[in-house]
Design a protein around this ligand. Structure first.
Ligand code: IVH
Length: 675
C-alpha cells in the first residue's frame, strides 16, 4: 500500500474552513434553532470533510466534526426496504434436533453433503442490523423490522465505533450489505443503568432492550452516550464481492474493517462444531456480552443456495440455544385470561424476579391440568425457568405457602357464559362470540402488524370500542364513523381521522393477511399464505372443497376441516360479506403459482427414487419455479415426475391421463425448456 500523501497547504486550509463552517452551522442549528442551510447541504459539507480526511488521515484532529460521532437528530424513523429479505433462524435446545437437522441437510444434498463443513458462531442476543456500503461508503443502516422493511437508523449507527463509515482498502465492492447484531456489553449496560438510577430514571431491563431503544432514538447525540458494539454474521446483497463460503466471507468482511464474531467462531466438521458449542456454553458467563446459544451454518455458499429456505428461515442454518436459566419467586395471585378463540388460560402473577436477562411478573399456567400437575397455589414459592425468547414457565413448587387449591371456574370470568370443553382438549373455552374479551382479542389480532396493520389502533382504543358497544363484531370496524370515534374519551378530531385512514388503508392488504387476521383456527401466517397463493381471493376460496384443500401439500386434514367449517359458518361469512360491502378488497399479488416461473400455474408430484436431486430439493425447485405441489394423484395434478421404481402412483396417473415426465425432462422444464 502506498503511504498517504502529505496534505498540501491547500487541503489543510480547506480542512480548517470546513471544520469552522460545520461548527457554525451546528451552533445555528442546536443553540439558536435557526439553521441557514438544508440538511442535504450540511451532509454534503460533512461528506467533503470525511473524504478529505480519508485521503489525508493526518488532518484529523480530535475536535473535527467527524470525530464527534453524533450527527443531527431526525424527526422520525423512515421505513426502508431490504434488497434481500432478512430471514430468521429455526432453533432448538436439543442436541438430538441438531443431529436431525444435520441428517436433513445430508438427506437434502445427497452425496455432495459428505464433504460439507460447518461454521459455528455465537448467537448474539442483541438487535439485527444491516449495513449498506455503496462504493465503500456507509450509505445506510437498516433494522431488521419485519424482515422485508426495517427502519433507517443510519444516524444512530454512525455513533457505533465498530461500524466504519468507510471500508478499508482502495478497491471496495460496488455494493456490500453486511448483516450482524448490535449488542451492548455488560460493562456498558451497568454504566448506563447506574447513571439512570442516580438520575431517578427507570432502569433498562436488559442489554438487548437498551441496544434496541438506543438504535431507534431520534437524536444521535443521546445515542452516542450509550456505547453499542456491532458484530457481523452474514451478508445481504453484494456486487463486486465474492466468497466461496461463510468463513471466507467473514474474513473478507473483517479485512474491510468491519468487526465479526472473530475468534469466537470456527469452521469444521460436525463433531468439531458441537465441541465448540460446548466450549462457548462453558464460557458463557465470561463473555462480555449476552450470548444465548450458537448458530451452526453450512459453510459452502453453493451448498447453501442449493439448500435454500423454508417459509421464513434458511435450511442451511440452525440456532442451537443454550439451556434455560432458573430462579425462584412467590405466587401472588392466579388470574384468568380469555383469549381470541375463547380459551380461558390461568396465569400466575408472581413477585417480580430477574431471570436470564428479564424481569418476570407473569407466568402462564396453560390449563387446569398443568395447575394440578404442579399443585401450585397462591402463596407458594416456585422454581421458574426462562430461556432466551421462550416464554417463562414454572417447573415446580419448592415451598408450600399453605393456600387453598385453585379451582377453574365453570363460567367465563368476563361475560359469565358457562364454559365448554371439547372432548379431546384440556382447555376450557368461553363459547360466546360476543364475549367482550374474545371480541377485543379478535380485534387486536385483526388490526395487528402481521395482519391488517391498522395504524392508530392500540389496545386502549380497542377496549373503548368494545366497552361502548361501537364494535360488537369484527365487521363493525369498517362502518365506524368520524362522529362515533370523536365521541370517545380522549379522542380528538385528528386522531379519529387517523384511525379511519388506517382502517381505509387496511382494506387493500394482501389476501393472505386478511385470512390470517380473521383468526380462523389453525390458520397461521404460513397457511394463510399458502391458501392465498392457491385461491387468491374470497370468491375462489368459497368454492374450495375439503379434498381440494387437502390436495395442497402444506395443508393437512385438520387445517382443511377448520377452513371448511369456517367457510360453512353462515355468521362468519356474513361478516366477510359486510366487510366486502364496506370496501374490503384484498390485494392479490401475483401468486407464485400463476407467476412467471417456468412451472407457473401447474401442479406437480414426484414418485420413485430420484437420481439427480433429493425429493425435498425437487419440491423446492417446483415452488421456486412458480409451480405448485400436491400430495396425491387426482384430477388436480398436472404433472407426475417419475424416478426409478415409480409404483402405483404412475399407474393411477396414466389412468387419469395425467402428463408423466422423467427426472431429466423435469429438470429441462425447470431450466425453461419445453417439455
Ligand atoms: S444468521 C438467515 N448468525 O438471530 C440467517 N443470526 O433468530 C440469519 N443472530 O435475526 C441469521 N447471532 O438477529 C445469524 N451468529 C448469528 C447470529 C444471528 C444472532 C440473530 C439475528 C437473527 C436472529 C434469528
Amino acid at each position: 500500500m502506498t503511504p498517504p500523501r502529505k496534505p498540501s497547504a491547500k487541503s489543510a486550509a480547506r480542512h480548517r474552513e470546513l471544520v469552522a463552517e460545520i461548527a457554525r452551522h451546528d451552533e445555528l442549528y442546536y443553540q439558536e434553532d435557526a439553521p441557514v442551510i438544508s440538511d442535504a447541504e450540511y451532509d454534503a459539507l460533512l461528506r467533503e470533510l470525511e473524504e478529505l480526511e480519508a485521503a489525508h488521515p493526518s488532518l484529523v484532529t480530535p475536535d473535527s466534526p467527524t470525530q464527534r460521532v453524533a450527527g443531527r437528530p431526525v424527526s422520525s424513523l423512515t421505513p426502508r426496504e431490504h434488497r434481500r429479505p432478512m430471514l430468521s433462524l429455526s432453533n432448538t435446545y436439543s442436541r438430538e434436533e441438531v443431529l436431525e437437522w444435520f441428517d436433513s441437510v445430508r438427506d437434502f444434498l445427497g452425496d455432495s453433503a459428505d464433504a460439507a463443513l460447518f461454521h459455528i458462531e455465537p448467537k448474539l442476543d442483541g438487535v439485527a442490523l444491516e449495513l449498506v456500503y455503496e462504493a465503500g461508503r456507509l450509505a445506510c443502516a437498516i433494522t431488521r423490522g419485519d424482515g422485508r422493511t426495517g427502519d433507517d437508523v443510519t444516524h444512530t449507527v454512525r455513533t457505533i465505533g465498530d461500524v466504519p463509515r468507510r471500508l478499508t482498502g482502495d478497491d471496495p465492492p460496488v455494493l456490500l450489505e453486511v448483516r450482524g447484531e448490535v449488542v451492548m456489553t455488560h460493562a456498558n449496560f451497568a454504566v448506563v443503568n447506574t447513571a439512570r438510577e442516580e438520575a431517578g430514571e427507570e432502569l433498562f431491563i436488559n442489554p438487548r432492550n437498551l441496544a434496541s431503544g438506543t438504535l431507534k432514538m431520534l437524536d444521535p447525540r443521546v445515542a452516542a452516550t450509550r456505547p453499542l458494539d456491532f458484530m457481523a454474521y452474514g451478508l445481504g446483497a453484494c456486487d463486486g464481492f465474492a466468497a466461496r463460503g461463510h468463513a471466507e466471507a467473514m474474513e473478507a468482511v473483517e479485512a474491510l474493517g468491519v468487526r465479526t464474531t472473530g475468534d469466537l467462531s470456527l469452521r469444521g466438521t460436525l463433531e468439531e462444531v458441537l465441541a465448540h458449542h460446548d466450549d462457548l456454553l462453558s464460557r458463557r458467563g465470561d463473555l462480555p456480552f449476552d450470548v444465548d446459544g450458537t448458530v451452526i451454518k453450512v459453510d459452502d455458499h453453493a451448498l447453501q443456495s442449493r439448500l435454500g429456505e423454508r417459509s421464513r428461515s434458511p435450511r442451511w442454518a440452525i440456532a442451537f440455544k443454550f439451556p434455560a436459566q432458573t430462579a425462584t419467586s412467590v405466587v401472588r395471585e392466579i388470574q384468568l385470561q380469555v383469549g381470541r378463540t375463547g380459551a380461558i388460560t390461568p396465569k400466575a402473577v408472581i413477585e417480580p424476579t430477574y431471570v436470564a436477562g428479564v424481569t418476570i411478573e407473569h407466568v402462564t399456567l396453560h390449563n387446569k391440568d398443568e395447575i394440578e400437575r404442579l399443585g401450585v397455589k397462591v402463596g407458594d414459592r416456585v422454581l421458574l425457568e426462562r430461556a432466551g425468547d421462550v416464554i417463562p414457565k414454572i417447573l415446580q413448587v419448592t415451598e408450600d405457602g399453605g393456600g387453598e387449591p385453585f379451582v377453574m371456574p365453570d363460567r367465563c370470568p368476563v361475560c359469565d357464559t358457562p364454559v365448554v370443553q371439547d372432548s379431546e382438549e384440556v382447555v376450557v373455552r368461553c363459547p360466546n362470540p360476543a364475549c367482550p374479551a374474545v371480541l377485543a382479542r379478535r380485534i387486536e389480532h385483526f388490526v395487528s402488524r402481521a395482519a391488517m396493520d391498522v395504524e392508530g389502533m392500540g389496545g386502549k382504543l380497542v377496549a373503548q370500542l368494545v366497552d361502548t358497544g361501537l364494535v360488537t363484531r369484527l365487521a363493525d370496524l369498517y362502518t365506524l364513523t368520524q362522529e362515533q370515534l370523536e365521541e370517545l374519551p380522549r379522542m380528538g378530531e385528528t386522531s379519529a381521522r387517523n384511525v379511519l385512514a388506517g382502517l381505509e388503508a387496511s382494506k387493500t392488504r394482501p389476501f393472505a393477511r386478511v385470512l390470517f387476521g380473521l383468526g380462523i383456527r389453525h390458520v397461521g401466517q404460513h397457511v394463510a399464505e399458502v391458501v392465498a397463493d392457491r385461491w387468491g381471493g374470497f370468491e375462489a376460496l368459497r368454492g374450495a372443497s375439503q379434498e381440494a384443500l387437502e390436495d395442497v401439500a402444506e395443508i393437512g386434514p385438520t387445517v382443511a376441516s377448520s377452513l371448511v367449517a369456517w367457510l360453512q359458518d353462515e355468521d362468519e361469512q356474513a361478516q366477510v360479506d359486510r366487510m366486502i360491502e364496506a370496501g374490503l378488497a384484498p390485494a392479490t399479488p401475483a401468486p407464485a403459482a400463476t407467476g412467471d416461473g417456468p412451472l407457473a400455474g401447474r401442479s406437480f408430484l414426484f414418485t420413485g427414487k430420484l437420481e439427480r436431486m433429493s425429493r425435498r430439493e425437487a419440491n423446492e425447485m417446483v415452488k421456486a419455479a412458480g409451480g405448485r405441489l400436491v400430495s396425491g394423484v387426482s384430477k388436480n395434478l398436472d404433472v407426475l415426475v417419475v424416478g426409478e421404481k415409480p409404483g402405483s402412483k404412475l399407474k393411477k396417473a396414466q389412468e387419469l391421463g395425467i402428463e408423466v415426465l422423467e427426472e431429466e425432462a423435469f429438470l429441462e422444464l425447470v431450466r425453461g425448456g419445453d417439455s
